[in-house]
Design a protein around this ligand. Structure first.
Ligand code: SAH
Length: 395
């Protein structure tokens, strides 16, 4: 059975509050020697009391907890856990609508009690990403459980972990279909179509997490000239066009992203002259920009990937937002986001506040945005809160 891992005295406190990580410094000893990376271990207090089961990994997080009760982590277990995730999505109306066109996140790591696992669903295809060796080892069980619990709505499972697995694991390239196979790469979100690049795209190929915020943007687009900065697949651009924008400019430094954006606009609004896309650095574009926009979206990549980078990241957000404030028309609207996990809501708001003050514009908050319901935050793991945004009215 599973190897026993004993914690140092007192190190079980956070686990008693269901926090799902055990740091390597908390480990006293492991019976029978060090486990293989990805192996399931039984975690015990210094006094030998059972406290959790989890995946062992080399690194600062030594164990990612799967269960706070004794169990066998077998196919049945995966089915039970994934069924809970699926039922939640169904109950909130993002899954199982029956038209084969749902686009949603089915598993959001710790938010679903499955640390290290992300699954996004695009119609009949689930794209699965392992961020831990344990989830990599379990990938075949996960894939078959996904198909089983989805009531026939998921037929294909694509595994995309080449860039997310820890470097040390040396597990080889790991992208491909585990179950099924499909050439249909078009996902539908709120009736709009998007090509999903499973093979090479960032994350699982699309940023599902901006769905609700894109809908909100659509409501504000009518009659406005829109600038979508950091557009990636052009999600916000396509919504702005449907919302009645007079003009939409999309900017991304990656020419591949610009190609994707153009393709997605063409897919929904063939030949529509309102849209133009620019493969350019955001700051360069903003500096050189002569025309003013009525609505600007700033959705940059995470400026801080870990805590040490926080101060620098906040400066980056201030600089970017100050630039946008200085260029937006009076009466304009700014959608501004941060997806850095280490930047808190208050940090971000302060960075944007500083930018507003620097620009001297009168700025009011219309909406405070966050990640959608299919990216739930485990209340015992507040680190899971990552996406935050503000919608601002700029006089
Ligand atoms: N808004 C998108 C997601 C943005 S992801 C959506 O809704 O799907 C961040 C994007 O920023 C990536 O596509 C990346 O290529 C782009 N990017 C990174 N650095 C940049 C820079 N300096 N200037 C412009 N774009 C940049």
């Amino acid at each position: 059975m599973y190897k026993n891992l004993y914690l140092k005295r007192g190190k079980e406190e956070s686990l008693k509050r269901f926090h799902p990580w055990i740091f390597s410094g908390a480990v006293q000893r492991i019976e029978g020697g060090e486990p293989e990376e990805g192996e399931v271990v039984r975690v015990l207090t210094a006094d030998g009391e059972f406290i959790a089961l989890g995946h062992w990994q080399i690194g600062s997080i030594a164990v990612r907890v799967l269960d706070f009760e004794e169990s066998d982590i077998n196919l049945d277990w995966w089915e039970r856990r994934l069924r809970v995730a699926y039922e939640m999505r169904r109950s909130i109306g993002v899954a199982g609508r029956g038209d084969g066109q749902d686009t949603y996140r089915l598993v959001h790591g710790e938010g679903d009690g499955l640390p290290g696992l992300v699954v996004d669903v695009y119609g009949r295809t689930a794209v699965m990403q392992a961020h831990s060796v344990g989830m990599h080892v379990a990938r075949h069980d996960v894939a078959s459980a996904l198909v089983k619990v989805s009531e026939g709505t998921i037929e294909n499972v694509y595994y995309k972990s080449e860039t997310t697995l820890p470097f040390k694991a040396e597990l080889g390239p790991e992208n491909g279909f585990i179950i099924g196979g499909s050439r249909d790469d078009v996902a539908v979100e709120n009736g709009l179509k998007f090509h999903i690049d499973w093979l090479k795209g960032q994350k699982t190929g699309f940023f599902v997490d901006q769905r609700d915020n894109r809908s909100l943007l659509e409501r504000y687009a009518r009659g406005r000239a829109v600038l979508n900065m950091f557009c990636y697949t052009g999600g916000f651009s396509v919504y702005a066009m449907r919302g009645g924008a007079t003009l939409v400019h999309s900017v991304d430094s990656s020419s591949k992203a610009i190609d994707l954006t153009r393709a997605n606009v063409e897919l929904n609004f063939p030949g529509d002259a309102r849209h133009e896309a620019f493969a350019e650095d955001a700051f360069k574009f903003l500096n050189a920009m002569e025309r003013r926009y009525d609505l600007i979206i700033l959705d940059p990549p995470a400026f801080a990937k870990h805590k040490d980078a926080l101060r620098q990241a906040l400066k980056g957000y201030t600089r970017l937002n100050a630039k946008a404030f200085s260029k937006i028309k009076p009466g304009g609207i700014l959608f501004t986001f941060s997806c850095s996990q280490v930047v808190s809501k208050d940090n971000f708001r302060m960075a944007v506040f500083t930018a507003a003050a620097q620009s001297g514009r009168r700025v009011r908050i219309l909406h405070q945005l966050h990640q959608p319901a299919d990216h739930p935050i485990n209340i015992y793991h507040p680190e899971g809160e990552y996406l935050k945004g503000l919608v601002l009215y700029v006089e």
